[in-house]
Design a protein around this ligand. Structure first.
Ligand SMILES: Cc1ncc(C[n+]2csc(CCOP(=O)(O)OP(=O)(O)O)c2C)c(N)n1
Ligand SMILES: [Mg+2]
Length: 794
């Protein structure tokens, strides 16, 4: 059978719908019970509410049932709205991909996470979600990366290209990053993306304003998307087709979201009063409504498109056949559908009481002790349901290794040569970065495997972060050939900006969140698309903050990439305070799954770039971050020990045993530190000069070594402990970096040395380096003053 072949066409549609409804029922039960169990059945030791979102789950049951049992193919990749995590896990249980016993561990230590997590929940999760909006947008970038992989001939022959589907909470569309991604997606002509909006018109606090979606629909269309609105289900449509049915339709159309929600919560009698108050004189409407019991009327009035499995399946199928245009489905739903708090505005974190659950259980016909049974309480037989699920396209395995693909590592040469620097020439780390990357880009074809697998990207700062020479060699990626107009017209420019499917740079607009979302998708390519990519993203260091949540999100998914942030710090002098980053070294220390470095010299940078390409491919590796500078420094002539550079620090000048003082520097203030050190040594010949390339790595290794010692799992001292060992026990260390001094302050705690951290703790401002370093206490004088003070007897 091929991936495209329709399945189960022999089964009569009514039969299929019957079974799908049974499975919907099961998903509703299992998701609600998982949350109830976690909150009310499992022992609670600390009195904290465990939580969970029964209403958010209930809202999306039909949408997920239609997608997973009818539409999705193994090669499709899905981002499930965070609060539907329990439905996702229940679904996997039905597919036999989630251990049934695990369902009882929702929100428990070592158990199922509240929101789907690639790292913690395992290979069935395509995209982690949790910070709303990010998972949705990531599908767009996933699709772009899938195209990249296929157009570069790197795709696995056994896996056809898939569709990227986001199951979206309507409030997610309030997040700005959604619109940034829409714009970027339009520029890149992204396709094969579906966003299915669970339009329950409720967020966390409240019911969302009416009319908003009219606007949003237009926005999608403007961005080249198809919009399919699924407002009413079969039953309501049939009612609308009867005499005066159009009046009923108009009444619902005009009903404010909050009133509709309140009536849903109140039920049939309230619906009857409200409708008849307005339309009681219409014979046709009465003929529709009067014969119905309260329950039947409530069912009719809440028969929305997003709860009607036939409407959903049909719409998805039609769109599936229509091609690869990105499509937004707006599926009207009711939050909490089928549960006692359906429609209530406070239902987001609401939980069914024990009494409500008992009634729900009776309704679902679940026997005591059979709560987790995948087919318990259903009318259809277990065998026919199992067979039905097994025949879903999504039940087929994606690849022998499962949904998380394997891709071989790319060989990284043993050394990268630092740029050659003529005697007397100064060089910045940013310039060196451009040169090293351009050198890697020099060799074409198969022989240069490393060069082929690197893909660069930048949010409109490609040239100003020195990616230009690389881009000139490797070209810009686009699904279509686009000529460089300036070049064609023979207008002089240092940049060649022709675009082609074989290009290796993805140019983005300024939105930094898009950079990190793209790095996420590129950095998961080996697992999602079976092709190893080595992504390199550049950004101005202060604007890491603008994309920070998306960067954290990328790390949370364990995406692998090299982030190069440059220029950084006060050293950017004339650009002023908004461009001078202060907090980024602290982010580097605090961020998990991101090894952060700030080299001072080009030879260190060469070591670190090589390390990065290797580290990002190791199973226990991570993404890597290099904080660089445009300040050109004289380059030392020396043989570097790469190990110390990678570990995060080494003695540029080792201290004598028992030395009373050392200077520790990081980044471009190396020049001032070296000058101060030369003077210090005339007074203190035993003093040491410590080059810090990564407070993050030193700190992380120190914590890990302490943990290992505490738990008896290793006695080895960490790098920083070994480095500081020669100093006298009461020695002083004057640390200096162009960033927040807290990045170094902890070093004093390693062996109890007197740490004097110099750095920047206020907004910067425009100036030149001498003025700014003096003002903020980073210049040679300030370092020497700090040394003198530290050497005074206490
Ligand atoms: C970035 C971010 N901000 C806030 C939250 C807290 N939060 C979780 S869900 C939610 C509302 C979600 O509403 P919607 O997307 O409509 O989901 P549903 O109605 O389906 O539950 C909020 C504000 C979050 N998870 N992420
Ligand atoms: Mg909502």
């Amino acid at each position: 059978m091929t991936a495209e072949q329709p399945i189960r066409k022999e089964m009569p549609p009514a039969e299929r719908v019957r079974l799908l409804r049974q499975l919907e029922r099961k998903l509703l039960w299992l998701s609600a019970w998982m949350i109830h169990h976690a909150n009310h059945v499992r022992p609670n030791r600390d009195g904290l509410k465990v939580g969970g979102h029964q209403a958010s789950c209930a809202s999306v049951i039909s949408i997920m049932a239609a997608l997973y049992f009818e539409i999705l193919r193994p090669q499709d990749r899905v981002a499930v709205k965070p609060h539907a995590g329990p439905v996702f896990h229940a679904m996997n249980t039905l597919f036999g991909r989630q251990d049934r016993a695990k369902l009882a561990t929702l929100r428990q230590f070592g158990g199922i996470q509240p929101y789907p997590s690639r790292i913690k929940d395992g290979p069935e999760v395509d995209f982690s979600t949790g910070s709303v909006g990010l998972g949705v947008a990531l599908t767009t970038f996933g699709s772009l990366v899938q195209d990249y992989v296929h157009l570069h001939g790197m795709a696995r022959p056994d896996i056809p290209p898939g569709r990227h589907v986001a199951i979206v909470g309507d409030a997610e569309l309030d997040e700005g990053n959604i619109y940034e991604a829409l714009l970027e997606g339009w520029k890149h002509d992204v396709r094969n993306v579906w966003w299915v909006v669970d339009y329950n018109r409720q967020s966390l606090d409240s019911v969302v304003p009416d009319r908003l979606f009219g606007r949003i629909e237009g926005l999608f269309r403007d961005m080249g998307w198809n919009v399919v609105t699924l407002k009413y289900g079969r039953k309501l449509q049939a009612a609308f087709a009867r005499p005066d049915g159009d009046a009923l339709r108009r009444w619902i159309d005009d009903c404010p979201n909050s009133l509709y929600a309140a009536l849903t919560f109140q039920g049939g009698a309230a619906w009857r009063n409200a409708v008849l108050a307005d339309l009681g004189r219409s014979e046709g409407v009465r003929a529709i409504i009067d014969p119905l019991t309260d329950d039947e009327l409530a069912e009719l009035m809440t028969n929305l498109g997003g709860h009607d499995i036939e409407t959903l399946t049909e719409a998805f199928r039609a769109q599936d056949a229509a091609g690869d245009q990105p499509t937004c489905f707006i599926a009207y739903t009711i939050k909490g559908m089928g549960l006692p708090f359906a429609g209530h505005k406070d239902n987001h974190a609401g939980l069914m009481t024990k009494e409500q659950m008992a009634a729900f259980r009776a309704d679902m016909r679940i026997r005591d002790g059979h709560e987790w049974g995948p087919f318990e309480g259903l009318d259809a037989g277990e065998d026919e349901l199992r067979a039905f699920i097994a025949e879903s396209p999504f039940a087929r395995p994606l690849a022998p290794e499962g949904r998380r693909l394997h891709a071989p590592a790319v060989h990284v040469p043993a050394t990268f040569a630092p740029p050659r620097v003529a005697p007397g020439r100064k060089l910045s780390t940013q310039a060196a970065f451009g040169e090293i990357l351009a050198e890697i880009g020099r060799g074409q074809g198969e022989a240069n495997e490393l060069g082929q697998r690197i893909v660069t990207t930048s949010p409109d700062v490609t040239v100003s972060t020195n990616l230009g020479p690389w881009v000139n060699r490797r070209g810009i990626f686009d699904r279509h050939m686009r000529n460089d107009v300036f070049r064609d017209a023979k207008l002089a420019s240092a940049q060649r900006w022709g675009m082609a499917p074989e290009g290796q740079h993805i140019e983005l607009g300024i939105a930094e969140q898009n950079l990190f979302l793209l790095l996420s998708a590129l950095g998961l390519s080996h697992q999602l698309y079976g092709a190893r990519l080595l992504p390199v993203g550049t950004v101005y260091d202060p604007f890491v903050n603008r994309g920070l949540d998306a960067l954290i999100y990328a790390c949370y998914q364990d995406a692998r990439f090299l982030l190069v942030s440059t220029p950084s710090g006060l050293t950017l002098a004339p650009e002023g305070g908004q461009h001078q980053s202060v907090n980024t070294p602290l982010i580097g220390i605090a961020q998990d799954r991101l090894a952060s470095y700030e080299p001072a010299h080009a030879d260190e940078l060469a070591v670190l770039m090589r390390f990065a390409f290797e580290h990002m491919q190791k199973p226990d590796g991570s993404a890597v971050w290099l904080r660089l500078s445009t300040r050109a420094l004289a380059q030392p002539e020396r043989r570097l020990d790469p190990e110390g550079v990678v570990a995060g620090g080494y003695w540029a000048v080792p201290p004598e045993q028992g030395a009373r003082i050392a200077i520790a520097y990081q980044g471009p203030v190396a020049a001032e530190a070296m000058e101060a050190f030369a003077e210090l040594r005339s007074e203190e010949p035993g003093a040491g000069l410590l080059a810090i390339t990564s407070p993050d790595r030193l700190h992380a290794e120190w914590l890990a070594a302490r943990r290992a010692r505490r738990t008896g799992q290793g006695a080895r001292a960490s790098s920083i402990e070994r480095l500081l060992a020669p100093l006298a026990p009461d020695a002083a260390i004057v640390g200096v970096l162009d960033g927040h001094p807290a990045a170094h302050a902890w070093i004093g705690a390693v062996r109890g040395h007197r740490m004097v951290p110099l750095g920047v703790d206020r907004f910067g401002q425009a100036g030149d380096i001498p003025d700014l370093y003096r003002e903020y206490g980073l210049d040679t004088g300030a370092i020497l003053d700090a040394c003198a003070e530290a050497l005074l007897p206490a």
